[in-house]
Design a protein around this ligand. Structure first.
Ligand code: PLP
Length: 408
């Protein structure tokens, strides 16, 4: 085996397809969101970021930063161990308590990321429930897919958001068999919502458990921001709510919330929880401060402004003839449909217009649906939106991409 040749050839193939990932080296400047400095060219230059998952700019919120400073000064940098061996800080427990309350659940458990939360919780639950069948939405995130895979449980995919197909699969199983339905509340690349109530109805009817990824919804939907399940008044019906502190919270980490024994089971048997160093206390303090803001009137105002900005962005871009894909949520996907063109569009936006939008290519989305995924925030003003619209029209024309009639 020629190892060097193997790696080089595979990377060349990726480049040829236009799918090779180049990271934008950003310097986020506190207080100046969505503006940042772009460092890749050697000399930093200003860019406007339109693809951050710090959806509400909470990563730069003064209360979050103050809480992190205080915890850093008080407790030091790291947690000092795994949760089991000297790494549990009182700040972790306070955060778990706040998360549990927020979701109206008996218990919550934090992980080092949302990815690790999905991977660990799904592999632990599906891997230990005897003869468990996991029913998984076809568009579930990679972290859920990997969690299910590593559980070694049998998996049945149901067509995306297709509750009739899900029912067919459930009805074919004995009522007594352990069944876990894994799905998301907001699918982050298309921006559509999962049918939470309908899935819970089926779970009741066929005696299944529900596992809901609310990673792109916590902080953003529901009266206190606890997610789409809260908005849809279905929070108490979902068995496991999984979320992240890395997106709308603006910090880092993931969690699950559910019944006390279920959460305790994952705490006791989940390898991805047990065998890793706990989150730094300052991260836990920042996440809790963020949660306090998100559940308050200030959080409500941020959510209202966020939704308004997303709706305005969609309608402005559509009016300009740009192919905005249907999306009921805060995500604004604009279809390009080809990997190399998608990358070119992103490169030109950056080099000619100082606008940073990462191209989204296969395998994150299916081939032929490559897109620019735009995430407006409460801090993107009208002037920035005018610039974005003009820049996209310019790029679309230069690349020979089609604009609908309305643009002319
Ligand atoms: N679940 C979904 C649907 C996601 O999109 C992501 C990350 O993008 C994750 C889980 C992982 O969350 P985290 O970024 O906190 O690891």
């Amino acid at each position: 085996m020629d190892y060097d040749r193997f790696f080089a050839d595979r990377l060349t193939a990726l480049r040829d397809e236009g799918r090779y990932r180049i990271f934008a080296e950003l310097e986020r400047r506190c207080g100046d969101f969505p503006h940042a400095a772009f460092h890749n060219d050697g000399t930093p230059r200003p860019v406007t970021v339109w693809c951050s998952n710090d959806y509400l700019c909470m990563g730069q919120h003064p209360k979050v930063i103050a809480a992190m400073h205080e915890a850093l000064d008080g407790c030091g940098a790291g947690a000092g161990g795994t949760r089991n061996i000297s790494g549990t800080n009182y700040l972790h427990c306070k955060l778990e308590h706040a998360l549990r309350e927020w979701h109206g659940k008996e218990a919550a458990l934090i992980f080092t990321s949302g990815y690790v939360a999905n991977l660990t919780a799904l592999s632990t639950l599906a891997g230990n429930l005897p003869d468990c069948l996991v029913l998984s939405d076809a568009k579930n995130h990679n972290s859920m897919i990997e969690g299910i895979r590593s559980s070694r449980a049998e998996k049945a995919l149901f067509r995306h958001n297709d509750v009739e197909h899900l029912e067919e699969l459930l009805a074919a199983q004995p009522r007594d068999r352990a069944k876990l339905i894994a799905f998301e509340s907001v699918y982050s690349m298309d921006g559509d919502f999962g049918p939470i109530e309908a899935v819970c109805d089926l779970a009741d009817k066929y005696n299944a458990m529900t596992f809901l990824d609310e990673v792109h919804a916590v902080g953003l939907y529901g009266d206190t921001g606890a997610g789409v399940a809260q908005r849809d008044r279905a929070m108490e019906r979902v068995d496991v709510i999984q979320g992240t502190m890395g997106k709308a919270f603006g910090v880092l980490g993931g969690y699950i919330a559910g019944k006390a024994d279920l959460v305790d089971f994952v705490r006791s048997f989940g390898n991805g929880f047990i065998f890793t160093t706990a989150l730094p206390p300052a991260i836990a303090a920042g996440a809790r401060a963020s949660l306090e803001v998100l559940r308050s009137d200030e959080g409500r105002a941020l959510r209202a402004r966020h939704q308004e900005r997303a709706a305005t962005t969609k309608s402005k871009l559509r009016a300009a003839g740009l192919p905005v894909m249907d999306s009921a949520s805060h995500i604004v996907p604009v279809l390009v449909g080809e990997a190399a063109l998608c990358k070119q569009a992103s490169d030109l936006l950056l080099s000619e217009h100082g606008i940073y939008i990462q191209p989204i290519n296969y395998p994150t989305v299916p081939r032929g649906t490559e897109r620019l995924r735009i995430t407006p925030s409460p801090k993107h003003g009208d002037a920035e939106l005018e610039n974005l619209t003009a820049a996209l029209i310019d790029i679309w024309r230069r690349l020979g991409l089609s604009l609908r009639e309305a643009a002319e």
